[in-house]
Design a protein. Structure first.
Length: 103
């Protein structure tokens, strides 16, 4: 099974650092990063921030390791790290699997 992991970060530099670590460690095959405007509740206040979102493609068996790696280098006390099942074009998903599980 394939998984897409959604992560938010406070800066492009932090997103690049996380993305490079995940791809270099073969925990994910690809990360897309784009700017977002986030509105959320934090410590009793409604906050609006400019952030960056990361979409990382991986296999379901790697999610826990992805989550722990992100938490270990993320600047937020409570980072957004969520995932959902990923379907798609079989050749692309084969590339994802082969990159992550290459020996």
């Amino acid at each position: 099974m394939f998984t897409e992991v959604y992560i938010t970060v406070g800066s492009m530099e932090e997103g690049q650092k996380i993305a490079h670590k995940l791809v270099s460690d073969r925990l994910v095959a690809c990360v897309n990063m784009f700017p977002i405007n986030s509105i959320y509740s934090w410590e009793g206040e409604v906050v609006e921030d400019q952030e960056f979102a990361l979409l990382a493609k991986t296999t379901a068996d790697k999610f826990d390791e992805v989550k722990e790696t992100v938490r270990s280098i993320h600047s937020y006390d409570l980072p957004c790290i969520v995932s959902w099942e990923l379907g798609g074009e079989s050749e692309y998903l084969g590339w994802v699997r082969n990159y992550i599980h290459e020996d």
